[in-house]
Ligand binder design. Sequence first.
Ligand code: NDP
Length: 331
Amino acid sequence: MDAFKALWITKEEGAKKPNPAEWKDITIDDLSEGDVVVRVTHSTVNYKDGLAMAGNPGVLRKFPMVPGIDVIGEVVSSQSPDFKEGDAIIMNGFGVGEVHTGAYAKYARLKSEWLIKRPVGLSPARAAAIGTAGYTAMLCVMALERYGITPSHGPVAVSGAAGGVGSVAVSLLSKLGFHTIAITGRESETEFLKSLGAAEVLPRAEFSEAGRPFGKERWAGAVDVAGSHTLANLLAQTKYGGAVAACGLAQGADLPTTVMPFILRGVSLLGVDSVQAPIALRQEAYDRLLADLDMDKLDALSTTCKLDDVPEKTSAILKGEIRGRVIVEID
Ligand code: NDP
């Protein structure tokens, strides 16, 4: 197989930070070990890809590395009985693009146990539009449902609503019949969020600073991508018996709260991880996305770029400048 173009990140022995990502012609032998080789047709830009491209040591833990945590493509060779040449696959997470070479290259070599078959009826571009962010939004919604929250219990709030996880969460929750409250720092995205189904749009500033440990009861549930004061304020304003699904740290990894919402209102904090989620849960999430995500809304919240544009887009996502989801066309 000929050499192919990849984003490539190296780090010198003993250096604190890796070198900036560069374009390099690599071969299959430069990729991490795996039993399936995939021609990558699409990837995406997630917040974590932004952190990886910026050299964040919490994300990049092995070098040299090809970043890119979402692989959508076709199997070109397989040593696994579960996959054969031509199979259409989706792979989200599992440390790919962090400790195992990832998606920002024409080929990826992956472990078969990380792959799911792309569902019939889901195009590769839409699978990329969903990506880790969209599948995590579904995991958050499923966590609230598993806890027993239904539209009859009251509104559900979503922080970082104009971002990737947030915009898919708003679309899903509104389609499921929830009175969905979108929280955003971008007032200019109010109409966009309403077009996705948000019944109300609140300013992020209301939640960004330390608030009262125990506030007025406003929602039965919430999906939080921000952490820090935002998560503390969401918990403090959750109704008796409600729950908040927490998946992100866009504001910060801290959680400056008290036990009050937990011990006086029976509020629960539901942790959501997409990276190591078992395959059965992923399959369930994708089945649910196919059933419950309005594909017109998914198209409306997505934009498309080329592999060459990834450095610019990953830098923009860290500045909170990306609306919705970005599809990367690779091959
Ligand atoms: P995006 O950048 O697309 O969305 C994040 C959004 O958060 C921004 O668009 C912005 O929305 C909001 N935001 C930005 N800065 C702040 C701030 N200081 N305070 C409050 N809100 C802020 O990222 P993703 O949707 O891809 O990821 C969101 C978070 O979820 C990240 O922290 C990511 O690491 C995490 N994540 C975790 C996963 C898991 O498995 N647990 C999987 C996927 C993502 P707005 O402009 O509307 O305010």
